[in-house]
Design a protein around this ligand. Structure first.
Ligand code: SAH
Ligand code: SF4
Length: 365
């Protein structure tokens, strides 16, 4: 078996980076990294040692997960939200045009996405009670029975009983970010949420058999490097299989609109540290990172990321789903083409669709 991580460890040894070597050995032996070791990785600055950390994380991704990048599709089906998370551009009290997609409009888009070969259909929205449990069950079960593609829910907090029913309807994954494990920072930005209830809900979702996803925002006011190390340890303890993590991006009209965005470099360090800690995790290179610096989103695939979420929200709604200002569109074909050029593997179905799309474009020229 190809074991790139051992070769990188040799390189670290040759260069004499003792602390990184010690951490690399522990990660390779599958021993838990301590908070102090994670803090060390997160703090590495531009230079040879950091380059080797990234190379090691990339090798871990290669050795454990192969070279496939999983392309998921997201439909942002409603921007109504009853909550007021301080960072979010579609929080209830922000003045934005609101929209809701009809259930059959959502299902029809999901079918188009399935034809293109997306790995998962992610249904995302604000916390919008307009979609009651019966409606959600209808949407999920129809998508599942017509496309057979896994369905992931990213619609905020639901009652526990709803997660059970939606699981029976065919949903298999849930994304519910803990946002930050520092209780003070969490409470400062979540006027409607209970910290302990969020953590308990994540545990519950995983305990009933969902593939659970969580993640934190990098750069919330008051957050420290130690907090991010704790975020990583928390996600490992909970047993998430997916981690969606990106920098804070200020959103106009929100209480945090004048705060600086999160550090893209620290975001890359975090991806790398996570890959060493949880080598089999599915981890997207996030749109938030791409919004701050497009090149960095693609760099993320070389420091441990192996997933990307492409946007399938219909054009007429997309401009109103601005959870942060300037949110870019991650377009399916463009992204697939770029990943292919970077040497990553894509599913056969996606490669066929990409070829068809490009032939169509050539014929139109
Ligand atoms: N309402 C759902 C899903 C939509 S929001 C929920 O909250 O879970 C999805 C994610 O967007 C949130 O988890 C949050 O981490 C992220 N987000 C919102 N505003 C953001 C901002 N200004 N910067 C970075 N991420 C943000
Ligand atoms: Fe609503 Fe989610 Fe935004 Fe919070 S982060 S305001 S729950 S859409």
């Amino acid at each position: 078996m190809d074991r790139k991580r051992f070769k990188v460890m040799e390189e670290i040894k040759e260069k004499g980076f003792e602390k990184l070597l010690e951490i690399a050995k522990k990660a390779i032996e599958k021993s838990d990294l301590s908070k102090e070791e994670l803090r060390y990785l997160l703090s590495l600055e531009e230079g040879e040692e950091r380059r080797l950390l990234f190379k090691l994380a990339n090798a871990f991704r290669h050795d454990y997960m192969g070279d496939m990048v999983f392309i998921k599709g997201v439909i942002e089906f409603s921007n109504y939200c009853k909550k007021n998370c301080a960072y979010c551009g579609i929080r209830a009290s922000n003045k934005v045009n609101r929209y809701r997609m009809l259930p059959d409009e959502i299902i029809s888009m999901a079918k188009n996405m399935a034809k293109l070969g997306v790995d998962t259909i992610i249904l995302q929205s604000g916390e919008d009670p307009y979609y009651d449990l019966e409606t959600l069950v209808y949407i999920v079960s129809t998508i599942r029975s017509t496309t057979f593609v896994p369905v992931s829910l990213s619609i905020g907090e639901l009652p526990k009983s709803a997660y059970l029913k939606l699981k029976h309807a065919g949903a298999s994954k849930v994304l519910l970010k803990h946002e930050t494990i520092n209780k003070k920072v969490f409470e400062a930005v979540h006027p409607d949420d209970d910290y302990d209830a969020r953590v308990d809900l994540l545990d519950y979702i995983i305990s009933i058999g969902y593939i659970g996803g969580s993640g934190n925002i990098i750069g919330l006011p008051g957050q420290t490097i130690e907090d991010i190390a704790d975020d990583i340890l928390f996600m490992k303890r909970v047993g998430v299989k997916m981690i969606g993590l990106g920098p804070f991006v200020p959103a106009e009209g929100t209480p945090l609109q004048s705060f600086p965005h999160g550090d893209p470099e620290l975001t890359l360090n975090t991806y790398a540290a996570i890959r060493l800690t949880m080598p089999r995790v599915f981890m997207p290179a996030t749109t938030a990172l791409g919004t701050i610096d497009e090149a960095k989103q693609f760099e993320a695939f070389n420091v441990g990321c192996n997933v990307v979420m492409c946007n399938f929200t219909p054009e007429k709604y997309r401009k109103d789903y601005m959870i942060y200002t300037g949110k870019t569109k991650v377009e399916f074909f463009q992204t697939a083409r770029r990943l292919k050029e970077m040497g990553f593997k894509l599913s056969i179905k996606i490669l066929r669709e990409l070829e068809k799309h490009e032939k169509g474009v050539m014929n139109r020229c």
